[in-house]
Design a protein around this ligand. Structure first.
Ligand code: ATR
Length: 289
């Protein structure tokens, strides 16, 4: 509850930690959320040296900090450091959000997957329930989104990866869950044969190298939605591949970025910001840069 004297209190402190960090849009996104919802926070970006992560987190909370976002390369370390994990974070093996609960326990959450799901469902009007999904990649980015995708009850989740063994391992990790709805399998690109999918999600780092994962043409039909977890001003190489294959829709991951931030904000402040104007602002900045 607010009081007449609230203005005497310093604003609650939040930060994103990573290395490098100067490119991070999180301070801008959270400042926009705070302004929109009337929450008094300060949100900064902190570059942390390799080996200094645990200390940096400890110092931040000891100094009264309220919450952290964690980005490359510290998401796995944050997962290990957390004393308690959200259900979505357990098998993700990575944490992008930290907060201290009332008992003084460091709680780790992973909002990336829910960010992806919300972007697909709410911002783009897509559906996941009952759909056949191809998840491309088996690294940290792919692992982080599997549980929230499964929670939407697709009929199939096929994980495909350049190194097929990693795809098999990731599928096996989620097959031990009590899941009767979704057929979860792993595969290499060569074994995809003539299958086609309702939704293809690119969670590889290929776009960063200007490359497209070697997907067979048949995977994409005129009814397929293609989602690249990367984003940029220009359509990504994977989005161009989707357009060449007459996909129904091809989108980048800017909405996911803003949605994962909104979910973190909700965990910290208990308030859900409106993401649409923030996505719009960042898109405009990207296009005008
Ligand atoms: P991240 O945390 O971003 O997922 P990662 O764990 O290094 O990073 O995983 C990178 C993912 O992108 C992997 O699935 C990787 O495939 P491999 O497991 O075979 O290495 C995939 N990847 C990277 N570059 C790729 C490319 N040019 N084509 C296809 N897949 C690529």
């Amino acid at each position: 509850m607010s009081s007449l004297f609230d203005f005497d209190k310093p604003a609650d402190a939040y930060a994103v930690m990573g290395n490098p960090i100067s490119h991070s849009r999180s301070p801008q996104i959270h400042a926009a959320f705070a302004q929109q919802t009337g929450q008094r926070i300060v949100y900064t970006a902190t570059q942390v040296d390799p080996g200094g992560f645990e200390q940096a987190v400890g110092n931040f909370f000891a100094n009264g900090g309220k919450g952290l976002n964690i980005t490359v390369p510290f998401k796995t370390e944050a997962w290990r450091l957390a004393g308690e994990l959200g259900p979505e974070a357990e098998r993700a093996g990575a944490v992008n959000t930290l907060l201290m609960n009332a008992k003084g326990i460091l709680v780790g959450r992973n909002t990336d997957g829910i960010g992806l799901v919300r972007d697909i469902l709410h911002n783009h009007g897509g559906s996941i329930a009952g759909k056949k999904i191809l998840l491309v990649g088996a690294g940290g980015a792919a692992r982080g989104v599997v549980q929230p995708l499964l929670a939407e009850a697709p009929v199939q989740l096929l994980i495909v990866n350049r190194t097929a063994s990693r795809a098999h391992e990731l599928a096996a990790d989620f097959n031990i869950l009590d899941n009767k709805t979704t057929l979860i399998t792993g595969s290499g690109f060569d074994d995809l044969a003539t299958q086609h999918f309702d939704l293809i999600i690119n969670a590889t780092a290929a776009s960063l190298q200007g490359e497209v994962p070697p997907l067979p043409d048949e995977t994409c039909t005129a009814n397929t939605w293609c989602y690249d977890m990367m984003y940029s001003a220009e359509p990504t190489p994977f989005m161009r591949w989707a357009e060449q294959h007459d996909a129904e829709k091809s989108v980048d991951g800017l909405g996911m970025l803003v949605e994962q931030a909104a979910e973190s904000f909700f965990h910290w402040r208990g308030v859900r910001p409106d993401t649409a104007p923030v996505i719009q602002t960042i898109r405009a900045q990207l296009l005008n840069a």
